[in-house]
Design a protein around this ligand. Sequence first.
Ligand SMILES: [Zn+2]
Length: 178
Amino acid sequence: MVKFKTCNCPNCGANIRFEEGQEKARCKHCDSDILIEKDYDYEIKKNFYERLKAGQKYNKGQKILSYIITVIVLGVFVFIGIKTYQSFNSDVSKSAFNIHFTYSNGRNNKFFVENYIDTVIDSNKKYKNHQIYVVYNDITTNKEHELKELKTNLEDKDYQISIDYDKDGYVNKMTIED
Ligand SMILES: [Zn+2]
């Protein structure tokens, strides 16, 4: 829609009506040609608001982008963290995992058997992929509370300990016999 504006004729002072954006007009009263000054203020304001709006749009886009990047970067870090943790848990070397049980085969007194059971509890907590079961009398368990109970039932004497390994070579069973 065309907007109309008015100004006064610089020659005779009559009212002149002109369209917005129109640069020249003719006074109907004195017939003189008039150069209409552009409404610079209006233009500047308009440009300013347009620029401001565009800037805000840009900032908003930038904010969303930086948010997305932050989420992705955090995600990558969490992923790497989980993978590292998992690999630490599953890829522990056989020798490192078995070292605590290397000398357990054979006859051991109560004190050593208790220590081996504690080591089993620790290993089971730490390496969930490599659970060690303890067999004693008719009990086979890898549960912490049952292993602790088993410890309290040990008598002050020597026990025969034998170690079994899974197909990958990790200790997975400790059998305690009288
Ligand atoms: Zn005039």
